[in-house]
Design a binder for this molecule. Structure first.
Ligand SMILES: N[C@@H](CCC(=O)N[C@@H](CS)C(=O)NCC(=O)O)C(=O)O
Length: 211
């Protein structure tokens, strides 16, 4: 599917927040042009980039004159604009449960997930803070237990179908299941993660070495 103009995405592919957007585009069959920005690529402090995104963060998109940042807002925008009633469900319960889990990912899961990522991936082994890692591991385990409970009687986070609500959680689930850490058995979460692994967009953009 084409967005009408050319959808442009600024962001490096190893960023969890950029992954959400790329995976969403694949789910929608949306074509886009992507520019490597952020991390080792730099570019986020350039005046032209800051004029679009004063946070100096990735991702940022431009679509038909609309400039947008915040990964979950971008996923919501793409799903509502190009995916309705699929990724952005028409059903009231599914729609708002999808929204709820997207907010929850940013507000509740993200802080501990961020600590785990920075400690386990971006910090040399001899400089890691074992206490911070254990606290964040326990915090994430408690969060994933909540998701496991929510998935006990449904295939996806907002209901029987895959929706935009699965995208932010799914990106972080990949990391959770691929760090070398102790994880409590959470069978519904594991079954959902295996279902995500069957999706081409997940395999293409999320399943990759964590860097
Ligand atoms: N809340 C923002 C966070 C964006 C963010 O922190 N992005 C990180 C990458 S995951 C970033 O830009 N890091 C600096 C960089 O890549 O230069 C979102 O969800 O889009």
């Amino acid at each position: 599917m084409s967005s009408g103009g050319t959808l442009k995405i600024w962001g490096r592919t190893n960023s969890s927040n950029v992954m959400k957007v790329l995976w969403c585009c694949e789910e929608l069959g949306l074509q886009f042009e992507r520019v490597d920005v952020g991390g080792a690529f730099g570019g986020t402090q350039e005046p032209a980039y800051l004029a679009m995104n004063p946070n100096a963060r990735v991702p940022t998109i431009e679509d038909n004159g609309l400039i947008l940042w915040e990964s979950n807002a971008i996923v919501r925008y793409l799903a509502a604009t190009y995916g309705s009633p699929g990724l952005c469900p028409a059903d009231r319960r599914q729609r708002w449960h999808a929204e709820q889990w997207m907010d929850w990912q940013q507000s509740t899961l993200q802080p501990d997930a961020n600590t785990l990522f920075w400690q386990l991936v971006r910090t040399d082994a001899d400089k890691r803070d074992a206490v911070a890692i254990e606290a964040a591991r326990q915090g994430c385990a408690s969060c994933w237990k909540i998701v496991d409970g929510a998935l006990a009687e449904k295939l996806f986070i907002a209901g029987p179908e895959f929706t935009m609500g699965d995208i932010p959680l799914g990106v972080h689930a990949y990391r959770w299941f691929n760090y070398e850490i102790e994880r409590p058995p959470l069978p519904h979460l594991e079954a959902w993660y295996r279902r995500l692994c069957e999706r081409s967009g997940y395999r293409k953009y999320v399943v990759q070495p964590i860097t």
